[in-house]
Ligand binder design. Structure first.
Ligand code: ADP
Length: 236
């Protein structure tokens, strides 16, 4: 089976400081993968190596069987790797709908674009807010807009970077439902999340990083009961 993503021997240093690796990691098509680990573990560095924001010192990234190691971030995005950011940054002067027209591919004509934007808003449950100023959105609605924005490129892989930070439990459930529906529609999802119960509930497989190394991988249950993982979070 062709993997959605295959990372081999990825390493990244900042000066003399080794932030990451070497890391090998695969993501299957349609998989839900959770990435956990304490602050400074290298999670963001890893994601940046996948999206092309950072160039690793070593190693390769394959997407759907194709070597994308040499591609720029926008080229990887166009192939189908999307990332939603922890802190949504909408264009404040624009309506919710207009915010989505911006990232929509220029191959759509204006009429299609608007229809596509409305579909995307519908898929995250934000269509009733389409004409409202984005500055009027709640935290939860901003997260939804951020997810819709990430989906504008029709990704095969969505990296959800702390999409639930600061939300209440019922709001977390709502975001998880959206991500689950997206996954059911064929999008593989990498969830980087500090909210343990959310990432454990969502993920079919969880990997834990510490000091730039992948230290454990398994089902949510296995990882929750893994002694090495517990040491990382709770000490000896
Ligand atoms: P995480 O996302 O798991 O919190 P990061 O990938 O952000 O971890 O960081 C891993 C390590 O690399 C940290 O020690 C961090 O200080 C360091 N680091 C990250 N980016 C840079 C950078 N641009 N320059 C120097 N050090 C960095």
């Amino acid at each position: 089976m062709t993997t959605a993503l295959s990372l081999r021997n990825i390493e990244k240093s900042f000066g003399v400081f080794k932030a990451l690796g070497p890391v090998d990691l695969d993501l299957n098509p349609n998989e839900r993968l959770g990435i956990i680990g304490p602050n400074g573990a290298g999670k963001t560095t890893l994601i940046n190596c996948i999206t092309g924001v950072l160039k690793p010192d070593n190693g390769t990234v394959h997407f759907m069987g194709k070597d994308i190691s040499h591609l720029l971030p926008h080229e990887r995005a166009r192939l189908g790797i999307a990332r939603s950011f922890q802190i949504p940054r909408p264009f404040i002067g624009m309506s919710v709908l207009e915010n989505l027209l911006v990232p929509l591919d220029y191959k759509h004509n204006v009429h299609n674009k608007e229809q596509r934007a409305l579909e995307l808003l519908q898929s995250v449950g934000l269509h009733n807010r389409a004409q409202d100023p984005s500055g009027s959105l709640s935290q939860l609605e901003l997260r939804k807009l951020e997810l819709a924005r990430a989906l504008a490129s029709d990704p095969k892989v969505l990296i959800a970077d702390e999409a639930m930070a600061g939300l209440s439990d019922t709001e977390i459930d709502e975001v998880l439902d959206i991500l689950m529906r997206l996954n059911e529609s064929g999008v593989a999802i990498i969830m980087i999340e500090h909210i343990m119960h959310a990432v454990m509930r969502f993920s079919q497989r969880v990997v834990c990083f510490d000091t730039g190394q992948l230290i454990a991988a398994g089902t949510a249950n296995e990882i929750a009961n893994n002694e090495i993982v517990q040491k990382v979070y709770f000490g000896e």
